[in-house]
Design a protein around this ligand. Structure first.
Ligand code: MLC
Ligand code: AMP
Length: 480
């Protein structure tokens, strides 16, 4: 099966839009329903404006704004023009944004936070910075949707297995294969309607929710944030059939007195972090649903999924998706993958790219797995240092480095502590500097403006020293 037969998402989407142009496709609170035909027209006009602003194939454009039809139009227009979209989490602080601006060298940014406009003016004064409405002069782009499946389409910033954030280069073929594999596996049809309450600056909301909807020719209700009531109201008002969320969202849904309303959906999918077996059970009891858990990554889009038609096993992520080849490294059990969904490498980082693949071209995910007796993949830990809180990744090294400059901190290690709502809580283990007794609020204040609030520790333990091995590396498994 060739998952990239349609070459690129923009080419595939344009084909869908030429058929049934009056079919409602996306809804948001300010635009109401927009149709396929509206999207075809509006993305063409928006691509023209970006072209008129001097943007050309291969140029990078930052996208960081609340989910809306306008943001989708800007994103799709950028892809249709051959620009490389750089989605960035809107919670990032100036230093985090500065790293991405310095590395990706974007020529434009679509943002909705006034402080970002200020920061970008300081960081890159020549950059074109606009809101999602793309208030630029009208112009016409000479050609659209003219890309090869190997052309870069998106830079997804992630720290990968170690180090500072790197841009994972996803090609048009990768994005198409990523969306196509879940379309097939989840029996997604044009009649489906997704409640999309995930941010559009991460792979889950963007590469799966949005791209999958548009590729399928289905429809989605865009919410600019998550709450159980907003999701359940939208599902009811718009006769939705699908919901995708991170486990924290399902925990909050399970705590709602309206949990039973999830039963109106034909499919609920969870991922980005492990879904506890007990949560599966509670949702099953309250709503009679069996949430389908799947596993993915920025570098690979989606990899593995529980079956749509067969048993969905709690504590497992299921079987490789169409097109994905998967094996476990014989020494460590690390999950290794190949497939048309696997990224092309890290942006301007040949060494990191070489390290990320083994000698036979398998991508090392940094996750450790095992197969159960029926062949379902169970993730049993990570080779990489990573804390996942509410579906967002926190790289301990980054927070440790930022905390070392606190005068009350002699030494520090960051770990994750299990938590029912957030999955893991960012936890700081601090050896105080002599004569100091830092408290959690001090540490959090120290990080303000340095890194996004979701990376700030929520728990603090003061310790006399950190357990280190003979090489001086902190033995984090002993910090409990
Ligand atoms: C918000 N806060 C978080 C947080 N999100 N803290 C830790 N972890 C998080 N994920 C902070 C806020 O800054 C605020 O801090 C406080 O928590 C309360 O915020 P809230 O209003 O309760 O949070 P909310 O806005 O409801 O956000 C929670 C959430 C959101 C779960 C809805 O985090 C979310 O949308 N997560 C999904 C992220 C995602 O899309 N991940 C996919 C990555 S792709 P304060 O200090 O102001 O009180 C990927 C690949 C794959 O992983 O496989 O999918
Ligand atoms: P990111 O690079 O931000 O996309 O995060 C990807 C990481 O999230 C993966 O490498 C896994 O460690 C983790 N992840 C995603 N889905 C799951 C899941 N269903 N269960 C456990 N971990 C997951």
């Amino acid at each position: 099966m060739d998952l990239t037969a349609e070459v690129s998402l923009p080419a595939a989407w344009s084909n869908r839009w030429a058929m049934q142009p009056t079919k409602p496709t996306l809804w948001d609170a300010s635009s109401g329903w927009v149709t396929r035909g509206d999207l075809a027209r509006r993305t063409k006009a928006a691509a023209g404006r970006l072209f008129g602003a001097g943007l050309r194939k291969g140029d990078r454009i930052i996208l960081s704004a609340a989910a809306s039809v306008d943001l989708v139009v800007a994103h799709v227009a950028a892809l249709r023009l051959g620009l490389i979209v750089v989605p960035v989490n809107g919670a990032y602080q100036k230093a985090e944004l500065a790293h991405i601006v310095g590395d990706a060298e974007p020529r434009a940014a679509v943002v909705d936070k006034p402080e970002w406009v200020r920061w970008l003016a300081e960081l890159a004064p020549e950059m074109t910075v606009v809101s999602s409405r793309l208030a630029l002069d009208d112009a016409t782009a000479p050609s659209l949707d003219q890309m090869d499946s190997r052309d870069p389409a998106l830079l997804g910033y992630t720290s990968g297995t170690t180090g500072v954030p790197k841009g994972a280069v996803l090609t048009h073929g990768n994005l198409l294969a990523g969306a196509e594999s879940v379309r097939i596996a989840w029996r997604w049809t044009p009649d489906d309607r997704l409640v999309l309450a995930l941010p559009l600056f991460h792979m889950h909301g963007l590469g799966v929710g949005l791209h999958g909807t548009l590729l399928t020719g289905a429809s989605a209700v865009l919410l600019d944030g998550f709450s159980p009531d907003a999701v359940l109201d939208a599902a009811q008002a718009h006769d939705a059939t699908l919901f995708f969320g991170v486990p924290t969202m399902y925990t909050r849904l399970a705590q709602s007195d309206r949990t039973g309303e999830l039963s109106r959906l034909r499919l609920c999918v969870a991922g980005s972090a492990p879904m506890p077996a007990d949560l599966h059970r509670r949702l099953g009891e309250a709503a009679g649903i069996r949430v389908l858990e799947r596993y993915g990554m920025t570098e690979t889009i989606m990899l593995v999924s529980n079956p749509h038609d067969d048993e969905r096993r709690a504590g497992t992520v299921g079987f490789p998706l169409p097109g994905v080849e998967l094996r476990l490294a014989s020494d460590s059990g690390e999950v290794l993958v190949k497939g048309p969904n696997v990224f092309a490498g890290y942006w301007r980082q040949p060494e990191a790219t070489e390290e990320a693949f083994d000698e036979d071209g398998w991508f090392r995910t940094g996750d450790l797995g095992e197969f159960d007796e029926a062949g379902y993949l169970r993730l049993r830990g990570r080779a990489k240092e990573l804390v996942i809180t509410g579906g967002l990744n926190v790289y301990p090294r980054e927070v440790e480095d930022a905390l070392r400059s606190h005068s009350g901190v002699d030494d520090v290690a960051i770990t994750g502590t299990s938590d029912e709502e957030w999955g893991e809580l960012v936890t700081a283990w601090v050896v105080p500097a002599p004569g100091n007794t830092p408290v959690l609020d001090d540490l959090r204040t120290h990080l303000e403006g340095v890194c996004a609030p979701f990376k700030h520790p929520r728990l603090l333990h003061l310790v006399d020293d950190l357990p280190r091995n003979a090489l001086g590396k902190v033995q984090k498994h002993l910090l409990t």
